[in-house]
Design a protein around this ligand. Structure first.
Ligand SMILES: [Zn+2]
Length: 371
């Protein structure tokens, strides 16, 4: 039941204190039930309204009607009460305003933005290359970075004394001497072991694109790093020809560097392909002229030749198929092509960098330019 200000008959200090206590407890109770704008207004009006607010009633019913000798006692208490009531009303008003701010969520405001970083330019380039081949129907395959000598060299037709097996180029794991050669562990020097690993699992036909990290014992400089990235490809089927290789790679280069680029193949040697070629693309920086800008400055990325060497490729050597012949890869019946490119070099060309190390130094000022 709502509190009503009683008329006082007893003006003794004791009776006054009791009346004040009752009023304060009513004030407390009512202030705690203030929940919204309308409550706030009626709470304030009920206690502070000039015409018939509780304070005005106290003034009339207690102070004005008090006998002369009690006026002083009543007056002191009424003044104190005024202060209390005003404080309580203010507090209730403030509290409900604060609650309003907390509970009101404006869903049209932007959310809290958390910095999640961005793709590293090397990974972005790698994904772009992979996407080109995925669109041609290639599957993505991956394999271990720590490999055996067998998968990294032997099954890829590297003869035992091939220079690439030299510790000058290959990082072998320590304390492997007691193991047979083919079981010795090393950091893979190319992504090619994944070709063998996948052909052991899947029967032909096969179209694979293989991205990943590789390692070689190269001291870091502007164009070398002991860790770098390759994307490798393999297509195996009946009647795959060098024409398929050229057509596929020409399409891929146009997708990556623009439809204007031309491709050119020059004979080369790799142990696991025969014949082998190095593929060049016409320089997409100078347009193949070897010169840049109005002052005909020499184009550095193509060394003024108009051509940039971009990848190695070839027809899979029948000797490689011999290692997986048991799984349907009979070199008498099937053929295939393979190619491999350095992602880091392509990223450098793409972003116009002349120092490979920038990619791996972890300098946020450099990396955030690609975000
Ligand atoms: Zn050029």
């Amino acid at each position: 039941m709502a509190y009503t200000v009683p008329k006082l008959k007893d003006f003794s200090p004791d009776a006054l204190d009791k009346a004040v206590a009752k009023l304060l407890s009513a004030l407390e109770k009512e202030s705690s039930s203030v929940k919204n704008e309308a409550d706030k207004k009626s709470f304030r009006d009920r206690w502070l309204a000039r015409k018939d607010g509780v304070l005005t009633q106290i003034n009339d019913l207690w102070l004005k009607s008090a006998p002369k000798d009690a006026k002083r006692e009543v007056g002191q208490r009424v003044n104190k009460l005024k202060g209390e009531v005003e404080t309580k009303v203010d507090a209730a008003v403030k509290r409900s305003a604060a609650e309003k701010t907390e509970s009101a969520i404006d869903i049209s405001l932007p959310g809290i933005h958390r910095a999640i970083g961005a793709e590293h330019p090397i990974i972005r380039t790698q994904n772009e290359i992979v996407a080109v081949f995925k669109n041609l129907g290639y599957s993505v395959a991956e394999g271990p970075v720590i490999e055996t000598d067998y998968y990294n060299f032997e099954a890829l037709n590297f003869p035992p004394n091939h220079p690439a097996r030299d510790t000058q180029d290959t990082l072998f794991l320590a304390n492997q001497e007691s193991k047979p050669r083919r079981e010795q562990l090393l950091l893979r020097t190319h992504t090619s072991p994944v070709q063998i690993r996948t052909m052991e699992k899947l029967t032909p036909p096969l179209r694979l694109v293989i991205p990943g990290k590789v390692h070689r014992n190269d001291p870091p400089d502007a164009s070398h790093s002991p860790m770098f990235h390759q994307v490798e490809g393999l297509a195996v089927d009946t009647n795959i020809t060098f024409g398929d290789l050229k057509g596929t790679l020409d399409h891929a280069m146009k997708s990556l560097f623009g439809s204007d680029v031309k491709t050119s193949f020059r004979p080369s040697f790799f142990p696991f392909t025969e014949p082998s070629a190095e593929m060049f693309v016409s320089c997409f920086i100078c347009g193949g002229s070897g010169k840049r800008g109005n002052d005909n400055a020499p184009c550095r990325p193509c060394k003024q030749s108009g051509w940039i060497e971009i990848l190695g490729c070839g027809m899979v050597d029948p000797n490689v198929f011999e290692f997986v012949k048991h799984n349907g890869y009979d070199p008498e019946k099937i053929s295939g092509f393979a190619f491999g490119m350095g992602v880091d070099r392509i990223a450098m060309l793409k972003y116009g960098l002349d120092d490979l190390q920038l990619f791996f130094q972890g300098d946020v000022r450099f990396l955030e330019q690609f975000a």
